[in-house]
Design a protein around this ligand. Structure first.
Ligand code: EPU
Length: 337
């Protein structure tokens, strides 16, 4: 394993921000993790990077940055209804979705085209179009830097929530996720409840949905409104959709009869941050190379040379105006480094 110093992370983050890592290495074998834990000459501070699709670099990255390149997919076992598949954390998420569909394994077709690695999926419990990855995760295996051993974390130990997990909180920077075991269905239960999917399937002329056609519909919807990070730097949704009390929602509805909403449990309602941000006039805004995407206001973009500070400042201004106009505090979804 080669440890390099002062490596630019520009090619490794989808925002395309040019910041360097003090120390940098690529992990291609699980046994490198023990070697790193046992090497006292390496910095104790560690940062783990998958595809760099959910981070904003706001300064030089201290410590040791590890880029995850662990690969491999193994079918572990199956019964009449399910198959258990262990996937190395450095596999590309969308490639695994395509692999599962090719094998007729159901459950993740709605999550097609989400950027990132398999290891990042449980971190923020990725979700789209009515499905969250927690619904199909059996367990997560991770190397614990201090304990110097691998631990399995069963689904119910992962504290999964909306774009949240134990790996983003108590275990942040303490473990390196090495693999995720998924429990997928042999008989699909299609989830087309999300309106846009039904609409897209109709447009495609699909009468009987299949794993393929649902993934194709999701790919078409995502491609039509989310910018391709290979073309315009971005990290997907920059903020989470906030949850507010029904009372506050009802009051807002009087002034904004078209405010979209989703039920969010007892006396609470989730409202799309993209809608709130658009109402504040930010959609399509651009200052220098930092901007708000013209088709989806929840996505902040780097048109080229923006630095992390400019994106951060833009996100602060958005937070401020949404708070002023709606008395709602948005929370960032993207991780700051
Ligand atoms: N909307 C606006 N203006 C905008 C954007 C959205 O009015 O600029 C409205 C839409 O018209 C719609 C509602 O807001 O009524 C919801 O929009 P959309 O379906 O695009 O979904 P979202 O709530 O903005 C969430 C996820 C996405 C995921 C989609 C589809 C979060 C933070 N984001 O976005 O996830 O793909 O639903 O399920 O929950 C990501 O996490 O990076 C991500 C892209």
């Amino acid at each position: 394993m080669q440890i390099q110093q002062n490596v630019s992370l520009k090619p490794y983050n989808t925002f395309g921000i040019d910041m360097s890592a003090a120390y940098f290495a690529e992990i291609t074998e699980e046994n490198q993790l023990a070697a790193i834990s046992n090497d006292a000459s390496l910095p104790a501070e560690k940062h783990i990077m998958g595809s760099g699709s959910n981070i904003l670099l706001t300064g030089k990255v201290h410590g040791l940055t590890l880029r995850n390149k662990l690969k491999g997919i193994i079918k572990e076992k199956e019964d009449i209804d399910h198959v258990w598949v262990k996937v190395a954390s450095g596999e590309i998420w969308h490639d695994f979705v395509i692999y599962a569909i090719a094998n007729k394994w159901a459950g993740i077709e709605n999550l097609a085209l989400i950027p990132g690695t398999v290891g990042a999926a449980p971190m923020q419990n990725i979700g789209a179009y009515g499905v969250e990855v927690k619904d199909v995760i059996d367990s997560v295996t991770a190397w614990h830097w201090e304990a110097k051993t691998f631990f399995p974390y069963h689904n119910n130990e992962c504290a999964f929530g909306y774009r949240d997990s134990i790996f983003k909180n108590q275990l942040k920077d303490k473990v390196f996720i090495t693999s995720v075991t998924f429990k997928l269905n042999k008989t699909p239960k299609f989830n087309t409840s999300y309106g846009a999917i039904e609409e897209e399937l109709k447009k495609m002329g699909v009468k009987e949905p299949s794993l393929h056609s649902i993934a194709d519909a999701v790919i078409a919807i995502r491609s039509s409104k989310l910018p391709d990070p290979r073309v315009i730097g971005n990290a997907g949704s920059f903020f989470k959709n906030p949850t507010i009390p029904v009372k506050q929602y009802d009051a807002l509805k009087l002034s904004y009869p078209n405010i979209p909403s989703y039920p969010a449990g007892h006396n609470m309602i989730k409202v799309p941050a993209g809608w709130l941000i658009e109402q504040c006039g930010w959609k399509g805004f651009r200052a220098g190379d930092a901007g708000v995407h013209e088709k989806q206001a929840l996505v902040l973009v780097n048109y080229g040379q923006a630095d992390g500070g400019a994106i951060w400042e833009l996100s602060n201004n958005i937070l401020k105006t949404v708070k002023e106009k709606f008395n709602i505090e948005l929370e960032r979804e993207v991780q700051m480094w």
